[in-house]
Design a protein around this ligand. Structure first.
Ligand code: ATP
Ligand code: MG
Ligand code: MG
Length: 380
């Protein structure tokens, strides 16, 4: 029986493990924490830092192929393992996604437009920033997620102060763009070069964190969707990438489509595929890693996904409750996925609710009912 390894023990790793086990694989998870959502469901759990030589040697010994669920896993860990085992995605591709400046350069080289921006790594670059980029968003080049490591700035003085606040680490200043909608595209590429894609996903963020995904994308015309799919396929080819990758786009008020960023792994906005598509994004990642065929995924149900953050456990003050799952699950076409995290915290991703239906309107109507039951805004 073949064994697949995962670097990182979060919810994405957990859902990968479930998909791998369904296809008959054993799984080993490496994570620095003794208890993790993925480690709890894998056959074996290696508790070690990502660069610990003993932990990496154990992964190489026990696994036939290894992937990552965590885009900030040190690229060196993947590179080290690649000397001994099949590793996908490759360290070089993950490294591109770990640095916004490098990532944007890669998009431009692949002929895909991104937001007007400037790289800020020193005083001279700071002083030389084109004022036309303001108002803008200053983002740390590395390690940001869920809107962390980002500051909105209106003036050169605010920009300088924000860079100080971010400890003067390398940053990218992006022009603040008027967004008509946000979309993302999941693509998968096999080691044989075959590329498949999922339909365009429309995403609503609240406070920098994904809140709702709808597929098909209700507000985005077909030509814009086709452009997003073409751009995503182009980027994955240019990277020579193997595995599932997700690209986020902004559709602007003036009709332009620009790329925001990409994640070298299954993505929160692709969770609907667990119930709404013929092959989930996690099964697709397993197939890519294991060298199995990649079928063109088919969406069989209109889908809405609601992210379930820890805030739902604290509707009033500090006393935790269990959200009313029984009432939510009484609604037609609801599928609850909880990640087994020991403790709910505000802003923490605890699970997601997928809603499937025959039509987008029906899925949205049920999703709004579920949102109301959960105390979430029904603003989609
Ligand atoms: P993720 O959790 O998706 O990795 P992140 O922390 O890397 O998030 P971004 O995707 O860069 O952050 O930005 C988070 C959100 O902030 C975007 O989805 C969008 O809503 C908003 N945003 C980011 N950049 C811009 C921009 N240039 N103009 C307007 N809005 C933006
Ligand atoms: Mg990001
Ligand atoms: Mg993002």
């Amino acid at each position: 029986q073949a064994t697949l390894g995962v670097l990182g023990g979060g919810q994405l790793g957990r859902m990968f493990v479930h998909a791998a086990q369904a296809l008959g694989y054993r799984c080993v998870v490496l994570d620095p924490d003794a208890i993790s959502p993925a480690g709890a469901v894998a056959e074996s759990h290696v508790k070690a830092d990502y660069l610990d030589p003993v932990g990496l040697a154990q992964m190489a010994r026990d696994c036939d192929a290894i992937t990552t669920e965590f885009e900030n896993v040190p690229a060196l860990a993947l590179e080290t393992l690649a000397g001994m085992r099949v590793v996908a995605p490759a360290a070089a591709a993950v490294a591109v996604c770990q640095d916004r400046a490098v990532e944007k350069a890669h998009f431009e080289a692949a002929g895909v437009a991104c937001a007007p921006h400037a790289v800020i790594t020193n005083e001279i670059e700071l002083a030389g920033v084109d004022p036309a980029l303001l108002p803008g968003i200053l983002k740390t080049s590395r390690m940001g997620y869920d809107g962390k490591g980002q500051v909105r700035v209106r003036t050169p003085a605010e920009l300088a102060a924000a860079w100080d606040d971010l400890k003067r680490v390398p940053c990218v200043l992006e022009q603040l763009l008027p967004l008509r909608a946000e979309v993302s595209v999941l693509v998968a590429r096999g080691s044989d070069g075959q590329v498949v894609n999922y339909p365009v996903q429309q995403n609503l963020h609240r406070a920098g964190i994904l809140a709702v995904t709808e597929v098909p994308a209700p507000a985005v015309p077909a030509d814009v969707q086709a452009a997003a799919v073409a751009a995503a396929r182009q980027v994955v080819q240019a990277l020579g990438y193997v595995g599932v990758l997700c690209i986020e786009f902004f559709w602007l008020d003036d009709g332009r489509l620009v790329v925001n960023e990409m994640a070298p792994r299954p993505h929160n906005s692709g969770h609907w595929t667990m119930n709404g598509a013929s092959v989930s994004q996690f099964e697709m990642q397993v197939r890519a890693l294991a060298g199995l065929p990649l079928p063109e995924p088919r969406q069989h149900s209109a889908s809405v996904m609601l992210n379930l953050l820890g805030d739902l456990w604290f509707p009033a003050g500090d006393d935790a409750r269990t959200p009313p799952w029984d009432r939510v699950l009484a609604l037609p076409g609801t599928h609850l996925h909880l990640y087994g995290k020991a403790e709910a915290r505000r802003g923490r991703k605890m699970g997601h609710l997928n809603i499937t239906a025959d039509t987008p309107d029906a899925a949205r109507a049920v999703a709004r009912e579920a949102a109301v039951l959960l105390g979430l805004p029904a603003d989609f």
